[in-house]
Design a protein around this ligand. Sequence first.
Ligand code: ADP
Length: 216
Amino acid sequence: MRNVVLMGPPGSGKGTQASRLSESFGLEHVSTGEILRAAVRGHSELGLKVESILAAGELVPDDLMMVLIRETLATVSVGGAGWLLDGFPRTKPQAEGLVEVLEDLGIEAPTVVEIVVPDEEIVERLSGRLTCDKASHVTAKGDAKEGDPCPECDGALYIRADDTPETVRNRLNVFRAKTEPAKAELARNWPVVQVNGLGRPADVTQRIAGVLEAEH
Ligand code: ADP
């Protein structure tokens, strides 16, 4: 099995890269943001609990996230080529929890890749970007408008409630305060490989694919 943890700030292209890489390596794409948004859309018990948290760009409490990730990883670790985790861990306790869950499941160290992008570039990329309501494909704001069909599937494009400039800034602050320590915690346990996130998406995919191939 090949298991990957993809880290990087909001707007680093993490979701896009996660979709492409999981497809080309045949990995199960586990996006915690996508699982949570699907729960909100489906008005499930979890969805009702997390809707306002997501809209404010805050983090869902660690205990809820740990239940979700333990269940999900137990399922996707049976058979299959492996998984790619996108959006988790986001806090130090989640990082500690992840190390523990993998130990419990008898899974060896995953490959941890961090996509590195400067802040100014992130605010520019995220403010007003368009996301599809079916599979979270992302389209640049210059290329389409709200309500247009998704170029990649039969979904429709909308602006995520947490992609407004104020919420973007809040998400970046949350990232600095909470997710940097999560990365440090992973680095204490496993090697973390940094990859430059600037340039064309296809180039970034190539860089990360090179890292994954070198690991196996
Ligand atoms: P982005 O990486 O662009 O911020 P995601 O789709 O990964 O977007 O996450 C969207 C939102 O879902 C986050 O802002 C947060 O509210 C919630 N979320 C996702 N993953 C986690 C997590 N591991 N812990 C807590 N909240 C999470």
